[in-house]
Design a protein around this ligand. Structure first.
Ligand SMILES: Cc1cn([C@H]2C[C@H](O)[C@@H](COP(=O)(O)OP(=O)(O)O[C@H]3O[C@H](C)C(=O)[C@H](O)[C@H]3O)O2)c(=O)[nH]c1=O
Length: 180
């Protein structure tokens, strides 16, 4: 099995560790295989791939798409490292409003799968990061949602004191104001 899957405290949020095959040329790893993911309970059909590039201290998120446009995401850093957060935004979930955070770096190739219904954000830990992710639904700006990164109810323990947040993200609503 080229992947190791690890559950987190949030239902459906899975840590995925690919098997790396190093040799004198460099390395090879599989970063997704439908049959292995389905065997681990991740039955996701990905329809869009994204790539973002950010500098140290940049914080993107906490974002989500609403209702039928809710996105499952398989995220990883292909160069550099981030501290990545999944927030459970499913009111019926026993871990509603809870979050998990994990460092994703390109050396280990560790990935995080977030099911639809989770908010997602990350802050860059390395000088720069190339961040790639697969999504289970296409971009739907009309369904865009977000929560302020430093929402006191969520109290996400970001490991960077003064992150660089875009004007748009700095103006996102607090959890108490959000319509899910
Ligand atoms: C997300 C997205 C954006 N765009 C366009 C819209 C804007 O003109 C530009 C930048 O978008 P945005 O500022 O929303 O990019 P991020 O702040 O990286 O947003 C993402 O960051 C957090 C961490 C996520 O998990 C989401 O995938 C996504 O919300 O790309 C597209 O054309 N397609 C897309 O799928």
């Amino acid at each position: 099995m080229p992947f190791e899957f690890q559950k987190t405290k949030i239902s459906g949020v899975m840590i995925v560790k690919p098997r790396i095959f190093p040799d004198e040329r460099g390395f090879f790893m599989e970063t997704y295989k439908k049959s292995d993911f389905e065997s681990a309970g991740i039955c996701a059909d990905f329809v869009q791939d994204n790539h973002s590039y950010s500098a140290f201290g940049v914080l993107r998120g906490i974002h989500f798409q609403k209702a039928s446009h809710a996105q499952g995401k398989l995220v990883h850093a292909v160069e550099g490292s981030v501290w990545d957060v999944a927030v459970d935004l499913r009111p019926s979930s026993p871990t509603f409003k809870q979050w998990v955070g994990i460092t994703l770096n390109s050396e280990e190739g560790t990935m995080l799968y977030l099911p639809p219904g989770c908010g997602h954000g990350f802050v860059v830990l390395s000088h720069t990061v190339h961040f790639l992710y697969k999504c289970t639904t296409e971009y739907a700006p009309q369904a865009d949602g977000g929560i302020r990164w430093n929402d006191p109810d969520l109290a996400v323990a970001w490991p960077v004191d003064h992150p660089q947040v875009s004007e748009k993200d700095a103006a996102l609503p607090f959890f108490s104001e959000v319509s899910l």
